[in-house]
Design a protein around this ligand. Structure first.
Ligand code: HEC
Ligand code: HEC
Ligand code: HEC
Ligand code: HEC
Length: 500
């Protein structure tokens, strides 16, 4: 579509023109930097007398020059990157779907909506746009001494929110000899490294010790956070080109790493909160929501037949847990454990044992010392698993087999709670997609899609979640994966590489 037409249809069409003018305005600065790229000077060394914690944020408009990241049409690019990153970020532009919600660039503006005001009111806060608790995730809120000349709080989650403060790398990173892996000294975050990337996303999408979407915030109206990095990167939409050598099983690896990092981050929050506050209980988001939020009938005698269906003990099995106890939110474990069984079988037994010890002492009986020990061991192990998944070269056989393991574990996953079921659906979606991209089309492609769509319907509402139905639907998927690994088919490029 003609860009002007596109903008005029857009609900923020007016602002678009302003942005374009600013973009043109900053082009001059950019020409200068690009010219430097040609001259082959020695890269500027980052200042030794200034801590990276003091590097300044330069604002998104410093990135959006048309010769840099501000192209509207990636086909016109001159470098190996897609160069329409600014446009994609600003307008959340996905050429296929023409989406019109603004994701990261609209994160600050979203604090002005009636929903946000209501949340703030419920919490007794004045205005969300000035509230550090909201700005921590809905903008790049930094102290005054780190605000560069073009810094603008209202730009939301900007490039620098993920790539790091640009003061020191803005010039040097345009050089041909720039090495992103060495960018840390200049303040650049190595987003190519999946562990580092997941840590960055999860700081906002799962929270940190200091700022999180806790039960109080959810109670006030904030959506519950759920995250899976592979799907969320697509949704962003992704504005990067995955290098050829990483393309094979990129999605599977991204999924596995983000699961492990999520688990570690959940445990870190739990252990920090125990050190940081006087509260006896961890925050309620550590538990399965529907362990508490369900109807109960608290009598046996004299109740109507109709009400017996709320007495779950009459029909629910409790194989691995006991009724009447809280249930840990195991969403980051109950699906990921299948990746561990496939990729690190020697660690799988210890992993499962640790989790059950941890779970038992968190929700039931066990000494504080046992609990602390299980918690810190589990934290350490999830970190090791993350690093291992990041390095692992996945194969067709492994991905197929992980799909089979997850699909074959319906009742345990459903029994672990709604949030686990949700992650299982994210996982099969992501692994299926990775399979298609790497190998080509699936055998039974149509039935596979139908089955996965059905699973997606099952997790639309936690309130309506039917664990038996979900577990049946997952076993339908398992049947479609009946054969052992199918022969390599379709148009995909890759034959699985042997693990070296
Ligand atoms: C730990 C980070 C974090 C904090 C703190 C936080 N948010 Fe959010 N917020 C998010 C994320 C991430 C999303 C997107 C959730 C998703 O769609 O997966 C979101 C979504 C929202 C939405 C829904 C937006 C939409 O598009 O429907 C509103 C409204 C909102 N936040 C308001 C607030 C307000 C008001 C505060 C402060 C009282 C706040 N948030 C604090 C991370 C946070
Ligand atoms: C929500 C996080 C996030 C935001 C916001 C973001 N990026 Fe990215 N960006 C990533 C991730 C993740 C990658 C993929 C990993 C990689 O290639 O470094 C990436 C990749 C890139 C790449 C490709 C790098 C390469 O070496 O191939 C460029 C260029 C880029 N981003 C520029 C931008 C610009 C410019 C903006 C703002 C207009 C921006 N990004 C906003 C997360 C983000
Ligand atoms: C500085 C905080 C921050 C970081 C870092 C961050 N996000 Fe977000 N993200 C948000 C907030 C806040 C929203 C909600 C925006 C809104 O609608 O108000 C959001 C929204 C999204 C959405 C849209 C969700 C929806 O429901 O449509 C996706 C997808 C997303 N983020 C992916 C990512 C990925 C992938 C990364 C890491 C590469 C990442 N984000 C890093 C804060 C962040
Ligand atoms: C340990 C039990 C427990 C757990 C676990 C729990 N909650 Fe709550 N929740 C409560 C209690 C108690 C209240 C306050 C009473 C009320 O308002 O219903 C509450 C209130 C709420 C409210 C505000 C009331 C309303 O309906 O608007 C929301 C929303 C909510 N919880 C969502 C969640 C979500 C989402 C999760 C999982 C991330 C969760 N809760 C986990 C016990 C729990």
């Amino acid at each position: 579509m003609n860009p002007v037409l596109w903008f005029s249809r857009h609900r923020r069409g007016g602002a678009a023109l302003v942005v374009m003018l600013v973009v043109i305005g900053t082009a001059g600065v950019w020409l200068g930097t690009n010219l430097r790229a040609e001259t082959g000077e020695k890269p500027l060394a980052p200042p030794k007398d200034k801590s990276p914690d003091l590097y300044k944020y330069m604002g998104a408009d410093s990135c959006g020059g048309p010769g840099c990241h501000g192209l509207m049409d990636s086909k016109k690019r001159k470098f190996t990157i897609s160069q329409d990153e600014y446009y994609r970020w600003k307008w959340n532009a996905d050429k296929e779907s023409n989406k019109t919600d603004f994701g990261h660039s609209g994160a600050f503006d979203n604090l002005k909506t009636p929903e946000s005001r209501r949340i703030a009111k419920n919490l007794g806060l004045k205005s969300p746009e000035t509230e550090p608790r909201c700005l921590a995730c809905h903008a790049v809120a930094v102290d005054d001494n780190r605000r560069g000349p073009n810094y603008d709080l209202t730009e939301g989650v900007t490039c620098e929110g993920c790539h790091g403060p640009a003061e020191q790398w803005l010039g040097p990173h345009t050089r041909r000899d720039w090495d992103k892996k060495k960018g840390a000294a200049y303040g650049m975050i190595d987003t190519k490294n999946l562990v580092k990337r997941a840590e960055r996303c999860l700081a906002c999408h799962q929270g940190t010790e200091k700022y999180s979407v806790d039960h109080e915030l959810i109670g006030a109206g904030h959506p519950r956070l759920n995250f899976e990095m592979d799907a969320y990167s697509e949704l962003m939409p992704a504005h990067w080109i995955v290098p050829k050598e990483e393309k094979d099983w990129n999605g599977a690896r991204t999924w596995a790493v983000s699961q492990a990092v999520s688990l570690r981050s959940q445990l870190e929050q739990l252990s920090m909160s125990r050190k940081g506050q006087a509260l006896l209980w961890p925050d309620l988001t550590q538990f399965d929501c529907y362990a508490c939020h369900h109807d109960v009938v608290d009598r046996v005698r004299g109740i109507a037949e109709e009400d017996k269906k709320y007495q779950r003990w009459r029909f629910k099995e409790y194989p691995n847990k006991k009724p009447g106890r809280l249930v840990w939110n195991a969403a980051n474990y109950s699906v990921f454990r299948h990746a561990v069984r496939e990729i690190a079988p020697d660690k799988a037994g210890a992993f499962d044992d640790l989790v059950s010890k941890f779970h038992e002492s968190l929700t039931g009986k066990g000494s504080v010392a046992e609990f602390e020990q299980a918690l810190s061991k589990l934290e350490q192990m999830s970190g090791e698993l993350a690093a291992m998944m990041e390095k692992h070269q996945f194969t067709q056989k492994e991905v197929w087999s992980m799909l089979r393991r997850i699909a074959g574990d319906g009742s345990a996953i459903a029994n672990a709670g709604f949030q686990s079921a949700e992650q299982a659906v994210f996982a099969v979606t992501s692994l299926q997609d990775s399979y298609k991209r790497t190998v080509g089309s699936f055998p039974n492609a149509k039935s596979m899609d139908a089955s996965i769509n059905q699973l997606n319907d099952d997790i639309t509402y936690g309130r309506k979640f039917n664990s038996e139905q979900f577990s049946q639907h997952l076993s339908t998927l398992r049947k479609l994966l009946e054969p052992d690994v199918p022969p390599v088919s379709g148009t995909g490029s890759a034959t699985p590489k042997p693990v070296s």
